[in-house]
Design a protein around this ligand. Structure first.
Ligand code: UDP
Ligand code: MG
Length: 344
């Protein structure tokens, strides 16, 4: 499913920046309860933006859009304090916590509507190395509409996260959804790729699964991962499981088919058992073993409940999608376009 026409890392760095035209870039960062590191990291981003502008990489009106995903701490206050007119920082506040994927989507949509030429998404804890941005832009200039970041190592992840991610990516591949391994949501998308993504209707978002299905020319850029400088991960186990579930149910119906095959297998086995029981009965040596009966009851019960669970997961998610509820509501916007300053 992944586009084969991929520009590799080596090909990007080997080309020089001839005829470089500054890009109108929107950096989109989701924020959820990040008061400990927000001020410092916005400062780092602002400084780096100045460097990129001076180097002719990005246009002077490029912006950093912070999407507050319903934080309960001082995050929005901090974002607002940076959003004065003339600043490169802009803010968007969602009415409640919708999850990182929805926050990213909201930011990308806003940037798209504001006419961004390219959008790069990035986590606000800056674990993903921002110094890879010029290489993302170089790949874009070479014709890639989608540039995926690929981490060079997973050393900063916990043992559990590292191994569960690897198993999950293998499962997804087997289920028919090809994901780029070791890719977070550090990605560049061109305006036309974004417009295509915005046409997807599902409310249960799994962006890293959706993007490869868009097609377009893509590229891969490798980046280093740093430790979080402050605060703790906002990805609780529940959020990770929910995202993993969205990935499976929105991209594969194979689990349902497996349930069907499992049922068929059990049915065949019970047919053989029937013959066996009948033969034993006719030979008058029926065994009065309760353990074998109990074992089969538990086994069959388990299989039945598990299978219903898988089907239920699909039915539940299909039900939620069928409601066609809005994905999010914007409570406040701090966007300062040159012409009409808005502070909704
Ligand atoms: N985040 C979010 N909503 C959430 C959880 C996380 O917007 O419900 C943001 C968070 O502020 C950060 C990014 O998503 O910018 C990645 O989260 P985190 O660093 O906690 O994840 P990890 O790096 O541990 O996977
Ligand atoms: Mg992080």
């Amino acid at each position: 499913m992944v586009n084969n026409d991929i520009i590799r890392e080596e090909e990007i760095s080997s080309k020089g920046p001839q005829n470089k035209k500054p890009c109108y870039l929107y950096l989109v960062l989701p924020v959820y309860n990040e008061e400990e590191l927000l001020e410092e990291n916005i400062g780092i981003l602002q400084n780096y933006y100045r460097v990129l502008m001076a180097a002719g990489e990005i246009r002077e009106d490029s912006r950093i859009l912070l999407v507050d995903d319903g934080s309960k701490d001082r995050s929005w206050e901090i974002i607002s304090s940076f959003c004065s007119a003339g600043s490169v920082v802009e803010g968007l506040k969602l009415s409640r916590n919708e999850g990182q994927q929805t926050a990213l989507y909201a930011g990308m949509k806003e940037a798209c509507e504001l006419g961004a030429e390219v959008v790069i998404t990035l986590d606000v804890d800056l674990q993903q190395d921002i110094h890879a941005i010029p290489r993302f832009l170089a790949a874009y200039r070479q014709g890639a509409d989608i540039v995926n970041g690929k981490r060079t190592s997973r050393e900063t992840d916990s043992f559990f996260k590292r191994h569960s991610a690897s198993v999950y990516y293998k499962c997804m591949k087997w289920l028919g959804c090809e994901l780029l391994p070791d890719s977070a949501d550090y990605r560049l998308m061109s305006a036309r790729a974004l417009e295509a993504l915005m046409q997807y209707g599902e409310s249960d978002l799994f962006i890293r699964g959706m993007v490869p299905t868009l097609g377009f020319r893509s590229a891969i850029v490798e980046f280093d991962v740093h430790e979080r400088t402050a605060g703790s991960t906002k990805f609780t186990l529940g959020k990770m499981l929910s995202l993993a579930g969205a990935g499976i149910t929105s991209f594969s119906t194979r689990p349902i088919r497996l349930v069907f095959l499992l049922g068929l297998l059990v049915l065949l086995t019970s047919g053989i058992m029937m013959i066996h029981i009948l033969v034993d009965y006719l030979h008058n040596n029926a065994v009065s073993g309760w353990s074998s009966i109990l074992a089969s009851i538990w086994l069959l019960g388990g299989i039945a409940i598990f299978s219903i669970g898988i089907v239920g997961e699909y039915v539940g998610r299909a039900y939620m999608e069928s409601k066609k509820r809005p994905r999010y509501f914007i409570e406040e916007k701090k966007i300062h376009k040159d012409k009409d300053d808005t502070d909704l």
